[in-house]
Each structure stands twice: as C-alpha cells, then as structure tokens.
Design a protein around this ligand. Structure first.
Ligand code: ADP
Length: 531
C-alpha cells in the first residue's frame, strides 16, 4: 500500500478482483515497471527487488523538422511507442496480472503538448525542448522588460530560454485559431510528456505532473511549489490548463483496465514521476546534500543535490525541485555541456580520424599527453560558467609534431575540462565541496576520459555498473512510495560501482593544464560576430 495519499483527482481505484485471484497474486514474484519517454526513443523496463532489469523494450520514433530550428514529435506516436514497449517488456518477462507492484514515469523534459479535454486529442504536435521557434520571443521579453530575467530566476530557478515550456504553450495558443478562447474556458489541457503519458495511461482520469517537470516550464514557483499566477498572466496562459503539480513520489493515478495489450497492468498504480535528469540523480543514489552526478551523453548533464533549500544561481546554473520524500523536497542545481560525446562523433563522422567512438581511447593512449594541444568543443557556443553563444570550437597549441593521437586525446580532455568547470562552479555556488563524482552515460565508457576527469577534478570518479540510471531512478522512487523497497537506505544497497577512478596527477601538472584550458577558452570566446 502507498505510504501516503493526496487529495483525490478523480483517479480510478484498482480493480478489486475475486478473492482466489488475489490470494494467487500474493505468491507471485512482484516487479516495478518504469516507462522512459525520451527525445529519440521510448522505453519500458521491468525491475526486480535486487534492482536488476528483468526485461526491457525500446522503440525509436520519427523526429519532425518543419522549419530550420524547429523540432516536433507526434504525441500519438509518443503514446503508441510507449504502449508497444510496455507490451513487449511484459511479454518478454512473461508478466501476469498482479505481478507489477507499481509504475514510474520518466521523460524528456520541457516538451509541450496541448490537447482537448473532451476528446483527449492533441491540438498540435508536441513542441520539443530543442525547438528554437520561440527564441526571438524570449529575447524580446528580455530586452523589453529589465526585470524579466530576475523575476524568472528568483521564482523558477531558471535562466529564461525558449527551451522551457512557457513560450511554447504561448505560441500554440496564439497560432491555432480559436484556441486561446477555448483554453480560457477550460476546454484545453497542457502537459509535459509525463502528464500526457499519465493522462493516456489512466484513460483521461489523471491530469497531473511532478515538481521536477513543473520546474522546467518557467511557470512554477520552486519555493512555494505552486504554479505562479503572475508568470501565467505574463505569458497569457490560463491556469485552468495546467496539471496538478504533485511530489515525484505520489499516487498519480491507476492504469485504465481497457487499454489493448495492457490488461496485465490494468488497475496498477503510477507512484512515481521524475524528469530524466533528476531521475538519473535519484538512480545514482545521490540522496544527500552535495552528492553529484554527471551523465556523459551527446551533451553532458551535471546535477548536484543541494538539499532542501533552493540555491538560486548567479552564474548561469539552473535550480529545480527534484523529488520530495517524507514531506521534504530536495532541490538540484544543474548545468549542461552542449557538446560532450558529440565531440567524439565529430572526430568520427566529420574529421574521420577514427572509425568507432571506442577507437578514441585507443588512439589517445598511444601518446603520453596531448603535447600542449587543447581542443575547446564550443561548436555551438559555451554554457555555464561562460555563457558565450558566440564562442566557437578551437584547437590550440598545434605544432609540426602534432598527430591525430594528440587531437583525439585533446578531444576527450576537452569534454572533461568542461565538466570540471561545471562541477567547480557548483561547489562554489552550493558552498559544498564534493568527495566523488558519480558518472554514467554512453561516453562514460571511456576509461581514459574518466581517469582524466578524476585527475583534473582531484576527486574520485565513481562509474555506476547500472547503465540505465534514469529508468532505475524513477522505478526506485515509485517503489519507495508503494513499499516495494522499504527505505532510502535499502536503495543505496542497489547501486554498484563498476570502476572507481582515483586522482593520480601532481598538483603542479593539474594547475598548469587548467591554466592552459582557461587560456584556450578565452581564445575561442566571442569568435562569431554578433549581427
Ligand atoms: P544520448 O543519450 O545523448 O543519445 P548516450 O548516453 O547514448 O547519449 O551516449 C552516446 C555518446 O557516447 C555519443 O556521443 C558517443 O560519441 C559517445 N560514446 C560512445 N562510446 C564511446 C566511447 N567508447 N568513448 C567515448 N565516447 C563514446
């Protein structure tokens, strides 16, 4: 049974079933199901009590680019791929009714969907977080209202940007004829992807989200954990469209019993929702203040648990409410590196220096150091702490003796330097020194980069054995809520270290390298001319 209950939002109670069936169910092994609706694919994973994955399924879907810089998904396709993945995962593990104890949902954040309350039909494609169609609108707001940036930062913990849902909602309301009036009359609902999947899974009974997803809309006050009336007015968004915002571990609703192929989970509770990055923070068991993780994917995402007081960054990091447990909300400070693993893809696909991403390590280790070469992967500008959209990529320190091995090494080091910058800034802003960086993601398989990361940060780098910390994280949170796992401490036991990288570089060398990196970044800065 769930530990706590919130006020009801017309959720369907689990189907009762007859006594014999219930008794049979009690003796069957139970599992947690997690749904991960991501930017390029949907996924379902089934976990057992020891935290291991019993079965999983994944399905990619089409990206729509209607204009340069615009990115959309078809909401019906997001839903159908989620259903397909759940069906396949259930079939692979031969799951019978009564064996899924609870469900967690994690998702691509900020992506915006509007649909009709009466039919559940989307009124427009999902506008994806990457979509830049409202960038000019945000710039205009920043220019025309000197207090806009401060207001947004203080209330929402965000740096105003087109990524976040607010201007995407505003855009759809303005572009679809007649929609504004209908939204004002309560006929149109808004949701991020978690809300959309929850709505469909519960047969339209639950219209809710969690604090972490709400935190990325630019409409949510992260201090009082409520939708902000002033911001909604500012963006002309009727508050009746917004989902109920609940703690990440909550009774979000129950799966409808009439979804074809999902009968085995009909009536099962959805007990956890977290956006993808906070889910990974939870999956990495970063439960204590100062715990920090970095995911090395195409880009890198660094998140630090900063405890129960939100820290409003002054240097371009963002703060979100992450999860709440036992009545206490945990906040996360977040920063991202725009080009992480994509730098390795660039060496492979554009420079053709390597055939496979894994060759980069092999090549890098054929030389003892980068021979003074520094690669600044500022292909699309630099984020925190520099925030220079006009910076461009640069390779500095070339000599006649530079080889492709030096460049491969400098590329891996360049990713690690950027993560160093973020982690250092986070330590400063949170006033919290770290003892270890927990890592995951596709590019974290690079042993060379992880060792260099440890050396340059002068702290341990702890690579998780578990590959899917995002799915795992939300399964853990949902499982905690429904009593599948007994405590936070029980969850700590489920994480296993794959490799612990410990620092071995001399302080003198470290300082010299960092000085060169700073110099190289300054040369790459403000390269592109402003129009
Ligand atoms: P995403 O979730 O962003 O798609 P993944 O976590 O799947 O990313 O990681 C993919 C990235 O990892 C790619 O950019 C790729 O270049 C990088 N990568 C994969 N294998 C290696 C490797 N052996 N060494 C370095 N980078 C790697």
């Amino acid at each position: 049974m769930p530990h706590a209950r919130q006020e009801s939002i017309d959720r369907q109670a689990p189907a009762a079933g007859d006594r014999a069936a219930r008794e049979k169910e009690e003796f069957m092994e139970k599992y947690m199901l997690s749904i991960d609706q991501g930017t390029t694919s949907s996924r379902a994973m089934i976990f057992r009590e020891d935290g291991s994955c019993v079965a999983s399924a994944q399905e990619a879907f089409e990206q729509h680019y209607p204009k340069p810089g615009w990115v959309e998904h078809d909401p019906e396709v997001l839903w159908s791929t989620v259903c397909n993945c759940i069906r396949q995962a259930l079939a692979k593990a031969n799951i019978q009714k009564g064996q899924i104890a609870g469900i967690g949902i994690t998702n691509q954040r900020e992506t915006t969907i509007l649909w009709e309350k009466s039919t559940g039909r989307p009124v427009y494609n999902a506008i994806v977080w990457q979509c830049r169609r409202t960038a000019a609108l945000v710039e205009k707001l920043k220019d025309s209202d000197p207090e806009f940036i401060e207001t947004v930062r203080d209330k929402t913990g965000l740096v105003p940007d087109a990524y976040f849902s607010a201007t995407k909602i505003q855009w759809i309301l303005e572009e679809v004829p007649g929609l504004k009036a209908r939204a004002g009359q309560g006929e149109i609902l808004f949701g991020t992807v978690d809300t959309w999947i929850l709505y469909r899974l519960t047969g339209g009974r639950s219209h809710a989200t969690d604090y972490s997803n709400a935190s990325r809309t630019m409409l949510f006050n992260i201090k009082d954990l409520k939708w902000d009336e002033d911001l909604c007015r500012y963006f002309h968004i009727p508050m009746c469209m917004l989902p109920q915002a609940l703690p990440g571990a909550s009774e979000f609703g129950y799966v409808a019993t009439d979804i074809p192929g999902l009968e085995a989970i009909g009536g099962v509770g959805i007990y956890g929702i977290l956006g993808d990055q906070p889910a990974a923070l939870f999956g990495q068991t970063c439960f204590d203040r100062g715990d920090i993780k970095n995911t090395y994917g195409t880009g890198c995402f660094t998140l630090m648990n900063v405890g129960s007081d939100p820290i409003i960054s002054r240097k371009g990091l963002v703060t979100s409410a992450a999860w709440s447990w036992m009545g206490e909300t945990t906040y996360a400070l977040e920063g991202s590196v725009f080009n992480g693993g994509s730098t390795i893809q660039w060496l492979r696909d554009e420079l053709k220096l390597i055939d496979h991403a894994s060759d980069c390590d092999v090549l890098a280790e054929t030389v003892p150091d980068s021979a003074g070469v520094i690669l600044v992967p500022a292909f699309s500008g630099l984020g925190a702490p520099y925030w220079d959209m006009y910076a461009r990529g640069a390779i500095l320190g070339l000599t006649r003796g530079t080889t492709k091995a030096h460049i491969a090494r400098a590329a891996l080091e360049g990713i690690a330097y950027q993560v160093y910058d973020l982690v250092t800034l986070m330590q400063e802003e949170a006033d919290c020194p770290i003892t270890a960086l927990k890592v995951d993601g596709g590019a974290s398989v690079s042993r060379f980069m992880m060792q260099f990361q440890s050396d340059i940060l002068n702290c341990n780098v702890d690579r998780a054995k578990e590959r899917e910390t995002t799915s795992q994280g939300v399964a853990y949170l949902a499982g905690l809520f429904c009593g599948y796992w007994p405590s936070i401490d029980a969850l700590r036991e489920l994480r296993h270290c794959d490799t612990l990288f410990t620092p071995s570089m001399s302080e003198e060398k470290r300082e010299k390298l960092l000085k060169n990196w700073k110099k190289a970044v300054s040369r790459a800065g403000a390269w592109e001319e402003k129009e």
